[in-house]
Design a protein around this ligand. Structure first.
Ligand code: ASP
Length: 407
C-alpha cells in the first residue's frame, strides 16, 4: 500500500514534467505570460525549499552527532564504518566535479541579464575562518550554511559531553527533527505542482533547447554514478573483501531495482540488508552499518551536488575557481551527510551548497523538473555504497578475529 502511494507520487512528477515541457512549448515567444502567472507558483516551492533547509541541516546534524554515542558502543566497527563512508563520499564529490568540469562546455549559458552573480570569492583561509560563527542567530537567519553546520556540530558535541543532564535537550531536538522532516515531506508531496510550473517557465523562457541541456546534465550525472559504482565499489569489495565485483553487483540487483523505483534509501533498507547478508556480511554488523549508511552515507547525492552546482554556475555564467571548488567539496560532503534517505531530500540540500558558495538558489528551478530522474540514480548509488561497506567491514573484522584466534 505504502509503495503504491510512493509510485503514485513518482508518476505524478513525471506527468508534471512532460506536461510542463508541452505547455512550455505552447508559450514559446510569449514567456512574459508564464513569468507573470505560472513562475510565481514555482517560486513558492523554491522559497519553501529555502525555508526548510536551515532547520533540516541543523537538526539532522545534531541528531547525527547524538547517534555517535551508539558508535562508541559498537566500538571498532563504528570508526571503520565512518572512515569508509567519509572516504567514498569524498571520492564521489571529486568524481562529480570532475565529470561536470569535463562536460561543462556542453552546458548552456542562459540569459540572466539583470541578475549577475559571482560566487563567493574568498581565498581558502578566509573560507576556513568564515565557517566559524561570531554570533549564534545570524547564521540561522541569513542561512550561512557552513556556519550553521559548525553550530550543529558544537551543539551535538555539547550534548554528548554533558550526557545524562542533556537528555531533555535530546528529546526536544529529536522531536523537532521529526516535525521538520514531516514538513519537508509535505513540501515534497506537493512537488508535482512545483515541477509543472517551473518546467513550463524554464521551457517558455529558454526555448526547447533547454530540454536537450537537461538531458546532457542528466547524462553527466549518470556517468558519474556509473564510474563511482563500477570503479570505487568494485575496487573496495575486490581488494579489501576479496569478493568478485560481479558477484557483489548480481547479489545487489533486488535492492538496486527497489532503490531505483522508490528513490528512498530508508525504504530500501530491509532489502539492502537482505542482499548484503546473503553475500556474507555479518548480520550483526550490517544491522548497525546499513541504517547508519541510509542516514549519513550518500555518495550518489554527493555526485549529484557536484554536477548540479557546476551546471547551475555555468548557466548563470559563473566559473568556480579552485578554492570555490574546495568549498563545494566541503559543503557537499557535509550536505550529503545531512541528507535524509527519503525521496527528493538531496535537492533540498543542494540549496545549501548553492547558498554556501554564493550561487543563486533560484538556479534549482532549472533542474527541479527532472530531479526524480537524478534521484533514481543517486539513491541506487547510495544503497550500493552502504552494502559495500557492510561487506568490506565484515571481512576486515572476520580477518581480524581469525588473526586473534591464531595468535
Ligand atoms: N533519495 C535519496 C535517498 O534516499 C536522497 C536524495 O534525495 O539524494 O538516498
Amino acid at each position: 500500500m505504502k509503495n503504491r502511494k510512493k509510485l503514485g507520487l513518482a508518476a505524478w512528477i513525471f506527468i508534471a514534467m512532460v506536461a510542463g515541457i508541452l505547455v512550455g512549448l505552447c508559450f514559446l515567444g510569449k514567456p512574459e505570460l508564464t513569468t507573470q502567472y505560472i513562475k510565481p507558483i514555482g517560486t513558492i516551492f523554491i522559497n519553501l525549499l529555502k525555508f526548510i533547509v536551515v532547520p533540516i541541516v541543523l537538526l539532522s546534524l545534531i541528531c547525527g552527532m547524538i547517534s555517535m554515542k551508539d558508535i562508541k558502543k559498537v566500538g571498532a566497527i563504528g570508526w571503520k564504518t565512518i572512515v569508509y563512508y567519509m572516504i567514498t563520499t569524498l571520492i564521489a564529490i571529486v568524481i562529480g566535479l570532475a565529470v561536470a568540469n569535463i562536460f561543462k562546455g556542453a552546458f548552456p549559458l542562459l540569459d540572466t541579464t539583470g541578475a549577475e552573480y559571482t560566487a563567493n570569492s574568498s581565498n581558502f583561509m578566509d573560507t576556513i575562518v568564515n565557517i566559524f560563527p561570531s554570533n549564534l542567530w545570524a547564521p540561522l537567519v541569513n542561512a550561512t550554511m557552513l556556519q550553521v553546520i559548525v553550530i550543529a556540530l558544537f551543539i551535538g558535541a555539547g550534548i554528548l559531553l554533558v550526557g545524562e543532564k542533556a537528555q531533555p535537550m535530546v528529546t526536544v531536538v529529536e522531536s523537532a527533527y521529526e516535525v521538520f522532516m514531516k514538513i519537508m515531506m509535505l513540501i515534497i508531496k506537493c512537488s508535482p505542482i512545483g515541477v509543472f510550473c517551473l518546467m513550463v517557465n524554464v521551457v517558455a523562457v529558454n526555448g526547447p533547447a533547454i530540454v536537450g541541456s537537461l538531458a546532457i546534465v542528466l547524462g553527466v550525472a549518470y556517468l558519474g554514478y556509473i564510474l563511482h559504482m563500477f570503479i570505487v565499489y568494485s575496487v573496495a569489495v575486490k581488494s579489501i573483501a576479496g569478493m568478485n565485483p560481479v558477484t557483489f553487483f548480481k547479489n545487489m540487483i533486488p535492492a538496486i531495482i527497489f532503490a531505483f523505483t522508490s528513490t528512498s534509501s530508508v525504504a530500501t533498507l530491509p532489502l539492502t540488508k537482505e542482499c548484503s547478508d546473503k553475500m556474507g556480511a555479518n548480520p550483526e554488523y550490517s544491522s548497525f552499518i546499513l541504517p547508519l549508511g541510509a542516514t549519513i552515507n550518500m555518495d550518489g547525492t554527493a555526485i549529484y551536488m557536484g554536477v548540479a552546482t557546476i551546471f547551475i554556475a555555468t548557466c548563470y555564467g559563473v566559473t568556480l575557481n579552485l578554492s570555490q571548488m574546495l568549498a563545494v567539496v566541503l559543503t557537499a560532503t557535509l550536505a550529503s551527510i545531512g541528507t535524509a534517505g527519503v525521496s527528493g531530500a538531496g535537492m533540498i540540500m543542494l540549496a545549501m551548497v548553492l547558498e554556501a558558495v554564493g550561487l543563486p538558489v533560484e538556479g534549482i528551478a532549472l533542474i527541479y523538473g527532472v530531479d526524480k530522474i537524478f534521484d533514481m540514480g543517486r539513491t541506487t548509488l547510495n544503497i550500493v555504497g552502504d552494502a559495500s561497506c557492510a561487506v568490506v567491514v565484515s571481512k576486515i573484522e572476520e580477518k581480524r578475529s581469525a588473526r586473534k584466534k591464531a595468535a
